[in-house]
Design a binder for this molecule. Structure first.
Ligand code: PEP
Ligand code: MG
Length: 604
């Protein structure tokens, strides 16, 4: 439990600082120990200046100059990021440039300047506050996310207006490597960071799927997000331990804590080093049964990292991340180039592109209907695709065109009825015809499979298997929908166990259907990267797991210690358990000896 600190910045006190352990959300894996640099990314103090009417033109001139300076600044960030960022990320930055130049914003500012006779800074502050309030009052997570973008734009403009008082960039040029601590970082700020200078990132807001976390993972910078009040609890220069894999931050760690963190990092390093030599050797159990380990990715450049970590392909590419923070969906051409790059990087290994899963806890999209009472049960994923066939077809055509560049499968999220799956298949056939008519080459066969993440899909797995080429079990949503536990609610996290006997029963139904109709079955939810749960899944008959790239080496090591017979016995014994706790305890006891060393670094 997080301990409260009575005063800020104990580095200024003569008393030895007491250690504070804070829990957040794992944003990007890895461990860092170093000094904090706390940056204030919120808007600076704004001078409230009344102006004489005749000064209005001059004030608007200052505003227009600030727009020019801010655009120049943001283009510099874009140029820096362009070298390694994808087109999707640079287009986020480009979108900021457009927002800075926005005419609506300018006319709001002008009204405050000319009618209310406010100085440009004050007028801008009022205009931004109004826009942010409007977006937040919609109570739509997507619009709430956009309100951060508006704040960011306002921040750049204010800093450009007050350029004499304040440096233009909110992220200081860090000479020595340090840990960046902020309330929040925009995608543009994060994309401009470099691993040599930024040892880790800690933010007060954010979730695993927030921009900061996604980009930090892509840049391989450890990150913990959602650490409440961290900017008020830590002072620049104080030493932090940031454990991005656990989602934990220690302020002013004791020498013992630093030692534990170091040895944990070394242990992790040893595990991955130990596997470096076996990178190209597939994972297998102690008795030689092969288990395919694939990677889940959110950004295209993660594909290379996945292969370097020894993944045998991409089991899940969450393509919805291409649709974030933009006004227009990505074009067919843009998507084609991105999918092509991923397929070429991973070939000849397989890549499963999941069609967009927009909605629910993902990014409520501009393409979506007004805010829903229960977004997780609403117009999400395949439902949105079928409701907007042109949007869906654009994505399918891009995927079909990319198929010629590697080993591609397509997977559909949130399928709940056979009819829905067939409708997608028809759209895919249409996409193929359109691609053929346009004269583009494509693979003759593109397997179309489905995620099993709605209980109905698991219960009817045998019927689905007649149509679907493969199944991938999304345990994150399967747990959410089967146990009626909101996956974003931290208070209920203890109820969201994939060890729940009902979940195991649903998984079993899918495995049985796959076996009977010769359809491959894999697991791509978070359950796959828990070594104990993976042992149970292997015992149940699963031979393919897809997870975050960073977990692949650990899972490869874990699987190498698991015996098939023991795993099978554990799976049989699980059938007699009636609670998730019973199952988990039994599995942990069964594999404790084999997996102790593997998990020790995370459990000590
Ligand atoms: C899942 O639901 O388990 C899954 C892998 O999909 P996502 O986490 O993207 O919803
Ligand atoms: Mg899901």
């Amino acid at each position: 439990m997080a301990e409260e600190r009575s005063q800020t910045g104990s580095s200024s006190s003569h008393a030895p600082p007491s250690s504070v352990v804070l829990d957040g959300i794992p944003g990007s894996p890895g461990l860092a120990i170093g000094p904090a640099v706390v940056v204030d990314t919120r808007r600076p103090g704004v001078p409230h200046r009344h102006i004489v009417r005749s000064a209005a033109d001059e004030e608007m001139g200052r505003y227009d100059e600030a727009v020019r300076v801010a655009i120049q600044g943001i283009r510099e960030v874009a140029d820096k990021a362009r070298e390694r960022a994808t087109r999707a990320e640079t287009s986020i930055i480009e979108a900021y440039a457009l927002m800075i130049e926005d005419e609506t914003l300018r006319s709001m500012v002008e009204r405050h300047v000319r009618i209310d006779r406010q100085g440009a800074e004050w007028a801008l502050d009022n205009a931004i506050t109004t826009m942010v309030e409007q977006l937040r009052s919609a109570r739509d997570p997507y619009l709430a996310e956009r309100s951060h973008d508006i704040e960011f734009v306002g921040d750049r403009l204010l800093r450009a207006l007050m350029v004499r008082q304040l440096p233009l960039s909110v992220v200081p040029l860090m000479v020595d490597a340090a840990i960046l601590v902020a309330h929040d970082l925009s995608p543009a700020e994060t994309a401009g960071l470099s691993r040599d200078r930024v040892q880790a990132i800690v933010t007060e807001v954010g979730t695993r799927t927030s921009h900061t976390a996604i980009l930090a993972r892509a840049l391989e910078i450890p990150a913990v997000v959602g650490v409440r009040r961290i900017t008020t609890l830590v002072g620049s220069g104080e030493v932090l331990v940031v454990d991005g894999s656990r989602g934990q931050v220690i302020i002013s760690p004791s020498p013992g804590m630093v030692e534990v963190a170091r040895s944990r990092a070394q242990r992790r390093e040893r595990v991955s080093l130990g596997l470096r030599g076996t990178r190209d050797i597939p994972a297998a159990t102690r008795c030689g049964t092969r288990v395919d380990l694939l990677a889940n990715i959110e950004l295209p450049q993660e594909a290379g990292v996945a292969i370097e970590q020894g993944a045998q392909g991409i089991g899940l590419y969450r393509t919805e991340f291409l649709y974030i923070a933009r006004n227009e969906p990505p074009s067919e051409e843009e998507q084609y180039e991105i999918y092509r790059a991923v397929l070429e990087r991973v070939a000849p290994l397989p890549v499963t592109l999941r069609t967009f899963d927009i909605g629910g806890d993902k990014f409520m999209s501009a393409f979506q209907a007004p805010a829903e009472m229960n977004p997780a049960l609403g117009l999400r994923a395949v439902r949105l695709g079928l409701a907007q066939p042109e949007l869906f077809l654009t994505q399918l055509r891009a995927m079909v065109r990319a198929s010629v560049h590697g080993n591609l499968s397509i997977m559909v999220p949130m399928i709940s009825s056979v009819r829905e799956f067939r409708a997608v298949r028809e759209l895919l056939e249409l996409a193929k015809k359109e691609v053929d008519a346009a004269g583009y080459p494509r693979a003759a066969e593109i397997p179309l499979g489905m995620m099993v993440e709605v209980p109905a899909a698991a219960i009817l797995a045998r019927q689905f298997a007649l149509d679907a080429a493969f199944f991938s079990i999304g345990t994150n949503d399967l747990v959410q929908y089967s146990l009626a536990v909101d996956r974003t609610n931290q208070e209920l996290a203890h109820l969201a166990s994939p060890y729940h006997p009902a979940i195991l029963r649903l998984i079993e139904l899918v495995i049985e259907a796959g076996r009977e109709l010769h359809r491959p079955v894999s697991v791509c939810g978070a359950m796959a990267s828990d070594p104990f749960a993976a042992a149970l899944l292997i015992g149940m008959g699963i031979r393919s797991l897809s997870m975050e790239s960073s977990s692949v080496p650990t899972l490869k090591a874990a699987i190498g210690r698991i015996g098939c017979h023991e795993a099978h016995t554990a799976a049989e014994r699980a059938k007699d358990c009636v609670t998730a706790r019973e199952v988990e305890a039994m599995v942990r006891t069964t594999f404790q000896a084999e997996l102790r060393e593997i998990v020790a670094s995370d459990e000590e």
